[in-house]
Design a protein around this ligand. Structure first.
Ligand code: ADP
Length: 276
């Protein structure tokens, strides 16, 4: 009977924890939430020791070592930085999946912010010797209210993918702000590349977590987690926007997203402070 009691107790506890999970978020399924919780807990546990591996190996690269040792230390540092990126992506993604996110509403100039991202990615396009073009007919002095860091994160992800999967031709970033009613506007961003392209079947799953496309032409295994686009989708959709792709294999891809924003009057210091 002790065993029976134990089994009942365990089932009861499982039931209770499932209830807790259901209450946790009504935005996503219980399965998604518990999976994300598990990933988040694990990632968190891994991140702490990993930070010290990254930190100490970074310091070791500055010590005078023999060439072979230097190479080994570099390998430790590079691998641990890569692993930390993966872990951070998982943590970031699971935060959206459990609905534990707050978006900021601070005034910023979309022209200046998008321009910043574009500039920071220039070097990657130059290294690959492909064209890198910006087409942004937005007034520099227009300010909108929103989460500037997350907007930058989405644009950066799309640009870095476009550069990564383009070997000839160019990557073009289009951005426009279209006024709708009163103070409302729609920010429309398009990243057009002349790269590998994505076939129709893969296009359907590309925004799912951990999805990666196998390119026979590149042969080598891609780096990355397959979480970048899933995170972009969460960021855009949480704020009431949409994101999509059109693509033709061998010709290139266009990733587009639209986000609603409120236009705000001239930014003064106190407005910035109040909004934070
Ligand atoms: P990853 O970190 O692997 O790049 P993403 O979620 O950003 O993850 O992208 C998922 C997959 O979608 C990529 O691995 C790649 O196969 C495909 N992909 C994304 N952007 C492009 C693009 N511009 N051109 C071709 N394929 C792309």
């Amino acid at each position: 009977s002790g065993l029976l009691l134990f089994v009942f107790y365990t089932i009861y506890n499982l039931y209770k924890s499932e209830q807790a999970l259901i209450d946790y978020s009504n935005k996503t399924s219980m399965y998604a939430v518990s999976k994300s919780r598990f990933l988040a807990n694990m990632s968190h546990e891994i991140r702490t020791p990993l930070n010290s591996i990254v930190g100490f190996s970074e310091q070791l690269t500055k010590v005078n070592l023999e060439t072979e040792q230097q190479e080994q230390v570099n390998a430790i540092r590079n691998s641990s930085v890569m692993l930390l990126d993966v872990v951070n992506d998982i943590l970031d993604f699971s935060k959206y999946e459990t609905g534990k996110v707050a978006f900021e509403k601070i005034p910023f100039s979309p022209f200046v912010s998008i321009n910043d991202v574009f500039d920071s990615m220039k070097i990657l396009a130059e290294k690959k010797k492909i064209g890198f073009v910006l087409n942004m007919p937005i007034d520099k002095n227009i300010y909108i209210l929103g989460d500037v860091l997350r907007l930058k994160q989405v644009v950066m992800n799309l640009l870095s993918n476009a550069i990564k999967f383009t070997n000839v031709g160019s990557v073009t970033l289009h951005a426009e702000l279209i006024k709708t009613v009163e103070k409302n506007a729609q920010l429309k961003v398009r990243v057009v590349d002349t790269g590998l392209g994505i076939n129709e079947i893969d296009q359907k799953v590309i925004f799912d977590e951990f999805a990666q496309v196998y390119y026979a032409s590149t042969k080598e295994k891609q780096q990355g987690t397959g979480l970048g686009l899933a995170i972009c989708k969460k960021i855009v959709e949480f704020q009431g926007g949409t994101i999509s792709v059109t693509s033709e294999e061998g010709k290139g891809s266009t990733f587009s997203f639209e986000l609603p924003f409120e236009i705000t009057d001239k930014v003064k210091e106190d407005v910035v402070n109040r909004a934070v």
